[in-house]
Structures are given as C-alpha cells and as structure tokens.
Design a protein around this ligand. Structure first.
Ligand SMILES: [Zn+2]
Length: 297
C-alpha cells in the first residue's frame, strides 16, 4: 500500500464527527505560514484520518491533579471484527497486543512509567465486512460502536478492523465523553495487521503493536508531538521538543524547529516506525493522568 502525505498541512488534531457536532475549529497558532486557520483537514502521514475534534490545553484546575505515584487500571473491551476471510485474531494475538500496551505505558522501552495498566475485560467477535472496512465518521463506524461499545468513560474499547483504506487507526480525544449522545464513539479503531504475528503487511514499519499505543495516547488526551508545529504551545506538553512535521521512518538528528531539542522522533505520539518508538515523556504522562482524572475516573 502506498502511503500518501499531504504537503503543507499540519495543525489541528483529531476529530469531531461532522454529522453530529458543529466543529469549533480553533487552529493552533503557528510559525508555519502554510498552516491556515481552518486547517482541520490534517495529514496523518497516512496513519490516521482527521475527525475534526478540537485539541486544547486542560483547564488550569485540572492540571497537576495527578500526583506522583498515580495509578490507574483500565478495563479493555477488545472487539475483533472480521470479514469472513481475514481479521479473526487469535487469543494469543490479542494477548500480545495487551502486553505491548502494558509494556509501553510502563516505560518498558525506556520512557516514562505512566501509571496506566490495561486488563482485558472482555472480547467480542463479529463477522461483518461492512464494519471491517469502515472508515472514520461514516455510518458503519457508528453502527459498529452503537452495537458493541461497552462500559463508561473509564473503559477502553478497542476495535480491530482494517481501519479503512490506507489508514492505521483513529481515536477520539476524551472530551467526546462529555458530548451529549456521542459517548458511544469513544474508543480506538485500528488496523488488525498492526498487531504482531498477524501478517507481513507492515513488516519493518508498523508491525510491533505500537499503533495501539499511539491511539491510546490520544484516548488519554495526548496530541501529536508535531501539533502546533514550531509554536511554543505545541502539543501542550513542555518536555516534548517542538517539531514542525510528522516523522516518517526513523531519521536520526531530525530537527525542524529553532527551539532547543531535536525532533522527538522516538516519541509514541510522532509518526515514526514502531521500531523507532521508545517513549512517552514525564510531561505526557502527567497530561494523561490529569486527563484521566478530569474525564474518565
Ligand atoms: Zn495520531
């Protein structure tokens, strides 16, 4: 599959489903003259669609609420969708994905220990080709989630599908749970072939199960490290160096902003290859924990 990159558009994050919510588009100020106020339609380097949701700083009262030693155990409802021929993950593959989530959120590759643990609370299996090939924001996604979504704001619903043509996955930021009638959309849809041991589609690129790590980062309110480009506010996290463009592959020494620090190519919230990913930062860990307490606990 060919990955497409749309040039000159960076900026606003994830999503609002246009059919349900009027998007209050609030582009991050940026040094990049190519970024316009209404650049909601954002490239994901081929990895994600744009759902138009507005990324924002947490309210001041919510910041810093999570104290050192923060812990949260997240029940996971794992919805396996298949099309009659492919997609039917084995129990071992599901467990492998759970292990990757737990390892990456525990700092197992050298990053911050976030305090989040994930436990498998349930598995559903649905053979439905329409859902299996569903893109973001359309009727099939809504039907699938209305039928399968389980639990409240603190439950993580994972849907393994094809994630639509040419995409790796998508997630809604946690303020989706505050929108009347939309909470069922909360969760992560991701490509079943990004799970280790499935196929060779992403061999050497997105094959270590860390697409789910990236998407769960969004689910816990993280933005991309390149969000806001070189703007000081950037991704609302202080210890991720500013970055103008999404990373592809693992280009050592990439440095796209004048601000101190090389681009955070090893960060789970960039677009690098899985083999390049090693970390969340302490600042991202704090933002996730604060967002958990604010939206999900
Ligand atoms: Zn993303």
């Amino acid at each position: 599959m060919k990955w497409k990159r749309v040039a000159g558009v960076t900026g606003v994050v994830v999503m609002v489903w246009a059919g349900l919510t009027s998007a209050q588009v609030q582009a991050a100020p940026s040094e990049d003259p190519c970024v316009s106020e209404d650049s909601v339609v954002q490239t994901r380097g081929g990895r994600e669609p744009d759902l138009g949701q507005v990324a924002q700083d947490l309210p001041a009262a919510a910041k810093g609420k999570a104290k050192p030693g923060f812990r949260a155990t997240v029940p996971v409802y794992f919805h396996v969708i298949s099309d009659g021929a492919i997609g039917a993950l084995t129990a071992a593959q599901i467990q492998t994905q759970m292990n990757v989530l737990n390892n990456t959120f525990a700092g197992g590759e050298g990053g911050a220990r976030t305090g989040f643990r994930f436990t498998l609370a349930g598995v559903t299996r649905t053979d439905n080709a329409t859902w299996f090939y569903a893109g973001a924001g359309g009727t099939p996604e809504h039907e699938m989630k209305l039928a399968l979504h389980t639990g409240g704001p603190g439950a993580l619903n994972l849907y393994s599908t094809t994630a639509g043509e040419g995409l790796l996955g998508w997630a809604y930021l946690p303020d989706i749970v505050t929108k009347p009638g939309q909470a069922y959309l909360d969760g992560v849809v991701f490509d079943w072939e990004s799970i280790p041991g499935t196929t060779t589609k992403y061999a050497g690129t997105y094959d270590q199960g860390e697409t789910a790590t990236h998407e769960v980062g969004h689910w816990l309110n993280l933005e991309h490290t390149f969000f806001g480009g070189c703007n000081a506010k950037g991704d609302f996290v202080d210890d991720t160096p500013a970055e103008k463009t999404p990373t592809s592959g693992c280009p050592a020494g990439k440095d796209t902003c004048k601000a101190p620090g090389l681009d955070p190519i090893h960060n789970y919230m960039d677009y690098s290859y899985d083999s390049c990913y090693t970390q969340f930062t302490p600042g991202q860990s704090q933002r996730m924990a604060d967002a958990w307490l604010f939206y999900r606990a």
